[in-house]
Structure formats: structure tokens, C-alpha cells
Design a protein around this ligand. Structure first.
Ligand SMILES: [Zn+2]
Ligand SMILES: [Zn+2]
Length: 129
């Protein structure tokens, strides 16, 4: 599995063994990533091989440190001291096709009400502009 940031200053690879794919609906992930919810691909941290001149880290809470490209802002992965040995990759940073799907939603207490109705919205193959 390979991935990168948007400006390609950060690239990474890791083994194929995915421990979990999780959608997180918590307010912290929403704030941190600017998205309605965040999808994470959990792998072993010791299998993550990073090539980077621009990776930086920010401790966003007691339980989360976000590792991201300081040039383009792309989030790459999180670490959590409660989940030692795991790297929690941001799905969007992964370039390889991922065939397995999320297995669970977490922090549904703060899930936005419309998320479950998203398939009912008017939908277009491309943007409107
Ligand atoms: Zn970048
Ligand atoms: Zn979260």
C-alpha cells in the first residue's frame, strides 16, 4: 500500500495488512480535518515507511497526534498513546486502491444528522462548475 501528500513531499508505504477501517464522527476529527467525518485505515506503525522532507506533528489532544505535510497541509496519519504500535492513516493520503470497506462508525453520538441520507441527495458525476 502506498500513499502521499498532495504536493508529493511526503510519501509512504506500508504492508498490506490492514487492522481496521473506521469512520470517525467525533467533533475533534471534524475540526481537525474539515470533513463531515473522517475515515481511517489502521496499520502497524512499524510497517509504515515514510519518506519525507516535510512531515510535521501536532498534538491535537491528549489522545491524538496528527502527522501532516507542513507544505500542503495533507493529513497523513495519527497516533494515539492509547493505541500503541498503530498508525492511523487518513484514507485520503492513500494512493493504492483499497478494496475493503469501513467496518464500523465511531462517535456516532456526534454524527451529523444528514450523513445517513447522503445517497438521497441530487448527485452529479463531476462538479457543477
Ligand atoms: Zn505536501
Ligand atoms: Zn474522531
Amino acid at each position: 500500500m502506498k500513499g502521499s501528500c498532495n504536493c508529493k513531499s511526503v510519501s509512504f508505504s506500508c504492508g498490506q495488512e490492514i487492522r481496521a477501517i473506521v469512520n470517525c464522527h467525533c467533533n475533534l476529527c471534524r475540526k481537525m480535518n474539515g470533513a463531515s467525518f473522517s475515515t481511517y485505515v489502521v496499520v502497524a506503525e512499524n510497517e509504515l515507511v515514510l519518506e519525507s522532507s516535510s512531515l510535521t506533528s501536532f498534538k491535537v489532544s491528549e489522545h491524538a497526534t496528527k502527522h501532516f505535510c507542513h507544505l500542503c497541509g495533507t493529513p497523513i496519519y495519527n497516533t494515539n498513546p492509547k493505541l500503541p504500535g498503530l498508525a492511523i492513516l487518513h484514507l485520503g493520503a492513500i494512493d493504492s486502491d483499497i478494496e475493503i470497506q469501513p467496518a464500523m462508525n465511531t462517535y456516532c453520538e456526534s454524527q451529523l444528522g444528514w450523513v445517513n441520507q447522503i445517497k438521497d441527495l441530487h448527485s452529479f458525476e463531476k462538479g457543477l462548475a
